[in-house]
Each structure stands twice: as C-alpha cells, then as structure tokens.
Write a protein that binds this ligand. Structure first.
Ligand code: FAD
Length: 563
C-alpha cells in the first residue's frame, strides 16, 4: 500500500522534505509521525493512517514533494480513527497524542530570543524542546522587524518613482496596490518562518505548537493537537511582549489599531493619527507619509524619538516638516471619538489647551508590555525587576530561580530582536557550562526612516546625564560624494571618543545606509578600538562609509573633506 501526500497546508501544493522519522522495516502505528515537511506556511508532519511495516521510503530529505506524490510503501492495515488523521496528514508541529517529554532545555516562546536559543543549544549538544503558541519567529518575524521593513521598501520605491524626474526619468502612470504590498510582506514572512522551522528541524529541536503553562516545574501544552508534559533540567522563558493601548475612551474603536493590525491593512488611509512618536510610531509615520497618507503624530514627551541626541532629532524633525508629517509633542491624548462619517477625532491636551486632530485611522504606538500572564512567576519564585515590569535576570540571564532563565522582551531590558537573540545565546551557553556574560555597552539600534538612523554605545544625552567627559568628531553627508549621487545628502556621522585614551565610546549615524553602517562602530566599540587606529585604514571611494572614516579623522587631526 502507498502512503500519499494528500494535503500540505491551505492551498499549498509543494513542500520540502525535512527529517524522515522512519526507516525501511520499521513497524509503525496509526498516528505515528513519518516525515516532517517544510512548507511556506510552516512545518507539517505527515502521520501514518496504518498499523504496519514500512517497506519502502520513496522520498529523500531535502527534495521537493507535491500533493498526491507517494511517500512510503507500507504493509499493514488502517488503524483506529483516533490514532490517525483521516486525511493522513497533520498540519502543525505536533500530533494530538499524549507525550511525556524529558529534555535538557525547554524554551517557551519561538521569537528571535527563543528560536536562536534553541538552535544554539542544539549546536552545543543539548536535547531541546521549543514551545510556541502562535508562529515561529515571534513578533519580530510576524508582526515587527521584518514586516515593517518590507513596508519601508514598498514606501521608498513608491516615493522614488514619484520623485524620479530629478534623476531624469519620467513615469506617467504609476499606482500602488496596498493588497499586494501586504501580500509581498506575507510572502517574505512565510519564507523566513519556514526557514526557521527547517533549521530547528535539522538541529533536532522538538517543536510543540501550543500555549505552555508551567505548574510546579512541569510544563504542560494541551490543545486539540497536543497533550504534552515537558520536564526539563532548565527552562528558558522567552515569551516576548504585546502591544498596549492607552486606557482612554475610544481606544477600543475598530479603527484604532496597534502595529500588528496596521501591518494587515489593505488600504492606504487618506489620513492617519499616530499616538506615540517613538521608533515604531515614527517608522509608520514615514511609511504612510510616503504612501500618500496625511500623517499626524501626537507624542506625550517633549520630543519625538526622545532617547536620541538632539542633533539627530532635529534632522528628523526637519524632514518631517519638509514631508508634511505634523508633529505635536508634549501632548497628552485623552480620548478618541468616531464621527458619523467614520472618521476618528483624537483629542489631546497641549499647553493646557484641548486640541484635536482627525484621521481615518489611529495607530497606537505607545509601547509594549512583557507577556507575563500564564507564567505564575510567584509560585515559581521568579522575581520581577525593580519596576515590576519584566523578569529580573543576572548577567548570565538566570532568574532568581536557578533552574529558570529569561531572555528577550520579557526581561524588558532593551526591546530589540538582536538583544533577545544574544541573550538567548548567553543563557544557553551558561546552561551548558560556558561562562558567557551579557553586556549592553555596544548594542546597536536601527531606525528605518528617511534618513535612516543607526546608533550604538554612548550618546551625548547619556554622557551628559552620567557626567562622562567625551569629545566628538562629526562629518556631514552633504560633503560625501556617494550620498550626493544618491540624492541623500542629509544627516551626518558623529563619533564620541574618550579624550584621555581615544577609545571610541559611541556613535550616531543619520543618513544613507546608517542602519547597516552602524555595524562598523559596534565592532570598534566592542573591541575598545581607539579613534586614531583607523587613520591609515583605506575606505573604498565613493562610498557612504567614507563618512565614518572622516568622522574618526575629525576627532584628531581633522577630516580631509570638511573643515
Ligand atoms: P517575541 O518576538 O515577542 O516572541 C515571543 C514568542 O513567545 C511569541 O511568538 C509568542 O507567541 C510566544 N509565547 C508567548 N507566551 C507563550 C506561551 N505561554 N507558550 C508558548 N508560546 C508563548 N526589533 C529590532 O531589533 N529591529 C526592528 O527593526 C524592530 N522593529 C519592530 C517593529 C515593530 C512594529 C515591533 C512591534 C517590534 C519591532 N522590534 C524590532 C522589536 C522586536 O520585534 C522584539 O524586540 C523581539 O521580537 C523580541 O523577541 P522575543 O523573542 O523576546 O519575543
């Protein structure tokens, strides 16, 4: 008898063969997993409908399979219905059967913290179980970093076409289809999520799809497909964070969205109010401004992107003015009201006066709160940090209960994907006996607006606050040939240096390629390199990286192309 591939997921017709879990002559029972497939929508396990012996394996790991392909020959008979899915497949990551799992490390949450920790743990030889409630990749891949940057690309391209006359190009007929923008984003996300499933699979990580609940050191995952109990020597909590809305009248209106919902909006609003001028709020402000929306940002603090240096903020504020992004700072939003025509009036208090702005939609970008629910941390003797808004950890990422580690947004130290991932690596290496330490001296941040921003290490604001002496070197992109050819001469490279020993302490880049170029400074700061060490390093011409060189030169004897 042949076992065929009857369904993958949704309308998918092809998948890649992952780990084949049975061999010729192996006895299998109905419900046993035969092979893992990797599809664009995630991992799929094909299970046996039969009790019997496998007589032939007709597929090979790494090859593609299509619907109706024969996968195995089996000598046996149909098993009981409760043991096998009727269609001979199971979509998802595990089967609805009782499982008692014992492993070295269990990880709760498959975001950039959890999945990276799982891969590193497997590399170090641990047996690993990863439990994910929604989709592998977490916020970053599904509703955060990657989707927003896919939108940024569409928005840039649209804007470049609008402004292409400057480059001697005329395009008379162009338009944008937001449905396709969202579909493109979904395609990229699906590819990446599938890729993570593949990596976990080849690393031998056991992935359970469901919500993990911990009671007295035992993790249970129970739903239609899974009834598993997981015992582990160590447990890593990587449950991430969720968007919050202000607790004000109107916050629950249908068109008051968080970033998660906005990323699936298949129309371009004529107008949009963004409550919150932090990184997420400002990225969306630039995206929708480029797409043609009339954007107003209302920020509670005295400035947008408040944590950044004033010269960085001023460059961005100038751009907002040029582009027509309206900014209201020092403004406290206190209610949102929907008009008869379906528009949203956002009311805020500024200079002790009531003010309003109107938009088709409101984006609430007012922060994210760690997912602490369902964990019952008290019962596990796991302490929260001093503010009570994240799990407290030491530099090895261990919590107050030494069996448990916590990584990523749940710790609320720095809510960035690469921080979560690195914390995951540190946690796992400590569990496996290596003495890694997490430090935050050289954590880069990237803001994908126009011009882009990259920052790392000490800022001027922080130096002044902590009374740290420093000197700066600055080079403007207006004096960089490559930036001018790109028509992106706004912004600068700024470096902060210790005047005593010349070591580089921090940097800010505002300008073309800033989010990639900041890696140069991350490396220099992390390795305590002195500013003059690069005086004789040759940078390719013409590149925007020359501005990094010139900023470093300007700390000492002076930049060549700027006085
Ligand atoms: P998450 O990515 O949130 O993953 C946690 C996972 O745990 C989730 O998948 C969740 O379903 C799962 N989970 C929760 N509870 C349970 C449970 N009980 N059982 C099983 N599973 C559970 N960061 C950057 O570095 N660069 C960017 O450009 C960037 N852009 C962003 C843009 C937006 C719009 C947003 C919202 C965020 C952005 N971030 C960015 C932040 C980044 O997404 C997060 O810092 C990162 O995802 C945190 O990783 P994490 O693994 O800690 O948590």
């Amino acid at each position: 008898m042949e076992i065929k591939l009857l369904k993958i997921s949704g309308h998918e017709k092809t998948a890649k063969v992952g780990k084949i879990t049975v061999t010729v002559n192996q006895e299998v029972k109905a419900g046993d997993v035969l092979v893992n497939l990797e599809s664009k929508k995630g991992n799929v396990q094909v299970v046996s409908e039969y009790n019997g012996k496998i007589t032939k394996v007709l597929i090979e790991e790494g090859n593609s399979v299509n619907i109706n392909d024969s996968l195995f020959d089996i000598d046996g008979e149909k098993g009981k219905a409760e043991k096998a899915e009727k269609k001979g497949y199971s979509f998802g990551l595990a089967k609805a059967k009782k499982e008692d799992i014992n492993c070295d490390i269990a990880i709760i949450g498959g975001g950039p913290g959890g999945y990276v920790a799982a891969i590193r743990a497997a590399q170090l030889g641990a047996s690993v179980t990863l439990i994910e409630e929604k989709r592998l990749g977490g916020t970053c891949l599904n509703n955060g970093c990657i989707p927003t940057k896919s939108f940024v690309k569409s928005a840039h391209l649209f804007e470049e076409i609008k402004n292409c006359q400057e480059f001697g190009i005329s395009v008379s007929d162009y338009s944008i289809d937001m449905g396709q923008v969202v579909d493109r984003k979904d395609g990229i996300v699906d590819t990446l999520v599938g890729g993570i499933g593949h990596l976990l699979n080849i690393g031998g990580v056991k992935v359970l799809e469901g919500k993990a609940i911990i009671t007295e050191d035992l993790i249970t995952v129970k739903n239609k497909k899974i009834d598993a109990k997981v015992e582990a020597k160590n447990i890593i909590i990587a449950t991430g964070s969720s968007p919050v809305k202000l607790n004000i009248a109107g916050a629950d209106l249908e068109k008051v969205l968080t970033s998660t919902e906005l990323l699936d909006l298949k129309e371009i609003p004529k107008s949009m109010t963004i409550v919150g001028g932090g990184i997420i709020g400002m990225e969306f402000a630039f995206i929708f401004n480029s797409l043609g929306s009339n954007v107003t940002v209302v920020e509670f603090l005295d400035d947008i992107l408040f944590a950044l240096d004033t010269d960085v903020i001023e460059t961005i504020k100038y751009q907002c003015e040029e582009r027509g992004i309206k900014l209201h700072t020092s403004s406290r939003v206190d209610q949102i009201v929907e008009t008869d025509k379906g528009q949203l009036i956002t009311q805020f208090i500024k200079d002790e006066e009531l003010q309003y702005c109107v938009g088709d939609y409101v984006l609430m970008a007012v922060g994210r709160k760690p997912n602490l629910d369902n964990l019952d941390l008290d019962q596990l003797n796991i302490n929260l940090n001093e503010k009570g808004n994240g799990v407290a950890v030491d530099e090895s990422m261990k919590t107050s209960n030494e069996k448990y580690y916590a990584i990523g947004d749940i710790t609320n130290i720095i809510q960035l994907a690469h921080v979560a991932s690195h914390q995951g690596v540190v946690a796992v290496e400590n569990i496996m006996g290596e003495k890694s330490k997490m430090h935050y001296d050289a954590v880069p941040s990237a803001v994908f607006i126009s011009p882009e921003i990259g920052i790392v290490g000490l800022s001027e604001k922080e130096a002044e606050h902590k009374d740290i002496t420093y000197k700066t070197g600055v080079f403007p992109f207006a004096a960089n040939g490559k930036a001018l050819t790109l028509n992106e001469g706004e912004g600068f490279v700024k470096v902060l240096v210790n005047p005593e020993d010349q070591t580089i302490l921090g940097a800010a880049i505002v300008g073309p390629g800033a989010t990639d170029m900041i890696a140069n400074f991350t490396y220099l700061i992390d390795n305590k390199v002195k500013a003059n060490a690069l005086a004789h390093t040759i940078f390719a011409h013409p590149t925007t990286a020359e501005a990094v060189h010139e900023a470093l030169l300007s700390v000492g004897e002076g930049a060549i192309h700027f006085a």
